[in-house]
Design a protein around this ligand. Structure first.
Ligand code: SIN
Length: 326
């Protein structure tokens, strides 16, 4: 039952460490992610007169195991939530490990008429200083005051889906927005929006929501990294096995050295991939690095996205092409 004149926020649970439990709470490194449902996570929130919550468990996974079906279930739940007139915003609890990819997916599949706010934790729910409850509270507070967009709230910071990247495995402040800093900070009991330039954004084609939800197998796009002694063997292996997999290889994102470069042997292997119809995008493996025209653009397209986000973007772009052709 929903009360009139009070904001309603839909909270969707995806699992992650925020829903994780450690066998021994004092050893917060050994735990299983996604043990608790979303109803358990909101139990400890202080009651509020400012909003009411509508909660749904979408998945209870470790986000490293994200599959197309999980993303489709989330997209579908978001679509349903934002279509309800009384819903003011959607908060999603999610694992940190692939959070930036889900944030990118949601951004790319928008625009949504209401804010979507992802949150997470680095410590399991039963750790003595668990960070999940504070992050969830902050995410609800940001969701109430924010306008449209896809955001990530963690450790008193708001990041946009374009900027956010996980950069540490040890610190509860696990995400960065890059050198330009985060979108907003929680200081002295309120959110302060930072004056900063927008990150370079890329607007790649994406399929309709209906097509993305109806397509069981999304195009296979792999990520390949350049490194010292790289002789291109991984790409040659991918091409050799392409058709023995459930879905053939359709795209490769290179996490290239520096400005998105590859060794000569890797370049040759990627050129072969392009010749056989595989789409190749070039990104940089540097955490704050942007691929640049100095990378060889003869055999690949430059993207300004991080490799992980570029992998999602290329997958959606290929899906959009299929929709167009169908
Ligand atoms: C996960 O991504 O589901 C596990 C790790 C985390 O949430 O920090």
């Amino acid at each position: 039952m929903t009360q009139k004149n009070i904001a309603s926020i839909t909270v969707l649970g995806m699992g992650g460490t925020i829903a994780g439990l450690a066998a021994d709470p004092k050893n917060s490194k050994e735990y299983i992610a996604g043990e608790l449902g979303i109803a358990d996570l909101i139990k400890n929130l202080a009651p509020s007169n400012a909003f009411q919550l509508d909660v749904h468990n979408v998945a209870q996974i470790n986000s490293k195991d994200m599959r197309v079906g999980h993303w489709q279930a989330l997209l579908s739940a978001v679509q349903e939530a934002v279509s309800k007139p009384h819903t003011q915003a959607v908060v999603i609890t999610h694992g940190t490990d692939t959070l930036e990819e889900t944030a990118y997916l949601l951004q790319a599949m928008g625009p949504w008429p209401k804010p979507l706010v992802l949150t997470c934790a680095m410590l399991p729910a039963n750790a003595p200083h668990a960070d999940g409850p504070g992050n969830l509270k902050d995410a609800l507070s940001w969701a109430l005051q924010s306008t449209k967009g896809v955001f990530v709230v963690c450790a008193g910071k708001v990041h946009t889906s374009e900027d956010v990247q996980k950069i540490t495995t040890e610190n509860v402040d696990a995400f960065t927005s890059g050198p330009q800093g985060c979108w907003a900070n929680w200081v002295d009991g309120q959110w302060h929006i930072q004056a900063r330039p927008d990150a370079p954004s890329s607007s790649e084609p994406h399929p309709s929501l209906a097509y993305a939800l109806a397509t069981k197998r999304w195009p296979r796009v792999e990520m390949v990294i350049n490194h010292a002694l790289n002789d291109g063997a991984v790409v040659r292996g991918l091409l050799a096995n392409s058709h023995s997999e459930e879905t053939p290889l359709e795209g490769i994102v290179l996490a290239g050295t520096g400005m998105g470069t590859a060794s000569q042997e890797l370049e040759q292997a990627l050129q072969k991939a392009v010749n056989s119809g595989v789409r190749v995008w070039l990104s940089s493996r540097c955490i704050f690095g942007l691929a640049h025209a100095q990378a060889n653009t003869q055999w690949g397209e430059i993207t300004l996205l991080s490799a992980a986000k570029a992998r999602t973007a290329l997958c959606l772009s290929l899906l959009a092409e299929k929709e167009h052709q169908s």
